[in-house]
Design a protein around this ligand. Structure first.
Ligand code: HEC
Length: 192
């Protein structure tokens, strides 16, 4: 009898706590209490939760992908795409990102420094699908897999690349943001 009472009051307490949490969440959502300004950084626990969610999700989602061998020809083919579609946010080697990208939250990290932390499959997956709530676009809807593997090859080559080598790769000429033409795997970028 005593035992049942204790269970009942514990259950009631848990329910009350749940209702309270839902009420707090709804208050935050509906009153505009949370500042969504990019100039206002997330609180540490929120930032931690978002970043960890992102990393674990990418690791999980990329698990089923098998990367082809990344060749120097693919690196060359991906260079123009990278310079046209990624450099203004992520910078290059000896080449800063566009100044406006400093206003992004989260910031687009310099891939020359962080590319080693990601496997080719993970880079490919992020390029193809983008990253929700970060400003990292999905290129899958507009580019074929072969082109995105070339971009992946170029990204993975960045950490070992010198500024001179980076500068020597030609940029693709084409409408801004379109990344020029699509390439079959390993076909060289257009030198026009
Ligand atoms: C409009 C700006 C923008 C463009 C263009 C862009 N990115 Fe991103 N990218 C981001 C942002 C923002 C993040 C998220 C950073 C974070 O999660 O902290 C990101 C994350 C990434 C990451 C994960 C890096 C990390 O350590 O978090 C990779 C890899 C990446 N982008 C590759 C690319 C490639 C390759 C291209 C071009 C095909 C590209 N991005 C184009 C903004 C951009």
């Amino acid at each position: 009898m005593f035992k049942t009472l204790r269970w009942k009051s514990m259950l009631a307490g848990a329910l009350a706590l749940l209702v309270l949490l839902v009420a707090i969440a709804l208050t935050v959502v509906l009153t505009g209490a949370y500042n969504v300004a990019a100039t206002d950084r997330h609180e540490t626990p929120v930032a931690w939760a978002l970043e960890t969610t992102r990393i674990k999700s990418v690791e999980g989602q990329a698990g089923g992908i098998d990367a082809p061998a990344l060749t120097p020809t693919m690196v060359t083919a991906g260079a123009g795409e990278y310079k046209t579609m990624c450099e203004h946010c992520h910078g290059g080697v000896g080449k800063d990102a566009a100044s406006w990208s400093a206003g992004m939250a989260p910031n687009a990290p310099p891939l020359a420094e962080v590319a080693e932390e990601w496997s080719p499959e993970e880079v490919f997956w992020m390029v193809k699908h983008g990253l929700k709530m970060t400003g990292m676009p999905a290129f899958g809807p507009t580019h074929d897999d072969a082109t995105m593997w070339n971009i992946t090859a170029f990204v993975k080559a960045l950490p070992q690349m010198s500024a001179q080598e980076y500068a020597a790769y030609p940029a693709v000429h084409g409408p801004p943001g379109e990344g020029g033409h699509s390439h079959a795997p390993g076909t060289p970028a257009h030198h026009d």
